[in-house]
Design a protein around this ligand. Structure first.
Ligand code: SF4
Ligand code: SF4
Length: 398
């Protein structure tokens, strides 16, 4: 996908991340900050060549407005698109949300309006193709959106948010959306733990090699992310061709040890990028660091050591040590999204009966079946699912 000499094939050296202060989502301010960021990295022409077909991949999780902070803000998408188009790229956009169709999700997020305004067509992420990847550390083949494989390059536009599985989601994880629809759920089941899923996503980044990653951290999401968290103004935009470095700098901003984020540790281990040898261009990271940012800083795996519950003993410990999704009955509207997205068979969250659903009683988790993928928490539209630590886990990790 990548033409010789462009950013993602430049010989490895010190990773560079442009960190730019931007106070709010004013279009002109965001464009100015984005221009400054890309100029510090060598200009938009370092990432695209005239006439190339580049797919912009925003982080579209599920239907939500710009104020919900689930997707990158339209102004960030607009500025990135404008600068790449000015460098001569032919742009389209696409993603495969965790729930819902990309067109509708992008419309509600305000991104489709920007695409319409700039004449950027939607790329089809529903048709997939399987390609071999002999260089994969964990994955030797991937099934991904064919449009991504057929494009000349990919540019990731992500958002700084918390995440139940990986603690934070940013540049590395955004690429997972190139895996179409339900296949993402299958990934969760096959991989089983946060660590194995992170390895697979790192391999996916190594296969697709996005040319540039742009992160919206002007107002980030803290707490119960990536959909149900709270706003935390960070006043920053980040840009890099190294997603590991970018996410590591974002971790410094939220006072999270990058070694606790599996997409960063495996990203460095597998040669996707560098978390430890990073040159920050632009504004000093210390001026953004926010120790009060609400994120999971407890050590230990978020999903437990076992790929699957294989026996009574491991089940016993898993259910007492590993964080688990829990439904707030006051907030649940019995919409059924969590049941629909739960990837295991039989479902690990289900309505007790059709009658219970009709009576709007919340579904019930079966923790023996649950693999702790947190897809239910990730996609609950009512912020009704939190991740709770069982008592024994709380004591051990105190
Ligand atoms: S927990 Fe959330 S996703 Fe599940 S039924 Fe209730 S409101 Fe819907
Ligand atoms: S109940 Fe939730 S966390 Fe457990 S397997 Fe299903 S979607 Fe994943």
């Amino acid at each position: 996908m990548t033409a010789p000499g462009l950013a993602s094939e430049v010989a490895p050296g010190k990773a560079q991340v442009a960190l730019i202060r931007c106070e709010d989502y004013d279009d002109a301010a965001v464009l100015q900050a984005t221009t400054r960021g890309l100029d510090l990295l060598g200009g938009a022409g370092r990432f695209v060549r005239p006439g190339e077909h580049i797919i912009l991949k925003p982080n579209l999780l599920a239907s939500s407005t710009p104020e919900d902070l689930v997707s990158p803000h339209p102004s960030v998408f607009r500025a990135t698109a404008m600068l790449l188009a000015a460098a001569g790229a032919r742009l389209s956009w696409g993603d495969s949300p965790g729930f819902g169709r990309a067109t509708g999700v992008a419309r509600k997020a305000g991104l489709a309006a920007v695409a319409d305004e700039l004449g950027i067509a939607e790329a089809d992420f529903t048709v997939a193709r399987t390609v071999s990847f002999p260089d994969g550390h964990l994955m030797k083949q991937f099934t991904v959106a064919a449009s991504v494989l057929d494009a000349d390059g990919l540019v990731s536009v992500c958002k700084l948010k918390t995440h139940g599985l990986t603690r934070m989601t940013g540049a590395v994880k955004n690429t997972f959306g190139c895996v179409p629809g339900l296949l993402k759920g299958e990934f969760h089941v096959r991989m089983g733990t946060a660590e194995r899923l992170a390895e697979a996503i790192v391999d996916l980044n190594r296969l697709l090699r996005p040319r540039l990653y742009a992160m919206d951290a002007i107002v980030a999401m803290q707490g119960n992310g990536p959909r149900g968290g709270d706003p935390r103004p960070m006043h920053a935009l980040l840009f890099s061709d190294d997603p590991v470095a970018l996410d590591a700098v974002a971790c410094r901003m939220i006072a999270l040890d990058p070694s606790l984020v599996p997409t960063i540790t495996y990203g460095e281990e597998f040669g996707l990028g560098s978390a430890s040898d990073v040159e920050i261009l632009g504004d000093p990271v210390d001026s953004f660091t926010d120790p009060g940012f609400v994120v999971n800083r407890k050590p230990g795996s978020t999903t437990g050591p076992a790929k699957a519950v294989t026996g009574p003993l491991s089940r016993f410990f898993r259910n007492r040590l590993v964080p688990r999704p829990a439904i707030d009955h006051d907030l649940c509207t019995a919409c059924g999204t969590c049941v629909a997205v739960c990837p295991v068979d039989p479902k690990a969250v289900e309505f007790a009966s059709p009658a219970a659903r009709a009576q709007k009683k919340p579904p019930v988790h079966d923790y023996d079946l649950c693999i702790r993928c947190y897809c239910c928490q990730e996609l609950c539209p009512e912020r009704a699912i939190d991740i709770e630590q069982p008592l024994l886990g709380r004591i051990i990790h105190r």
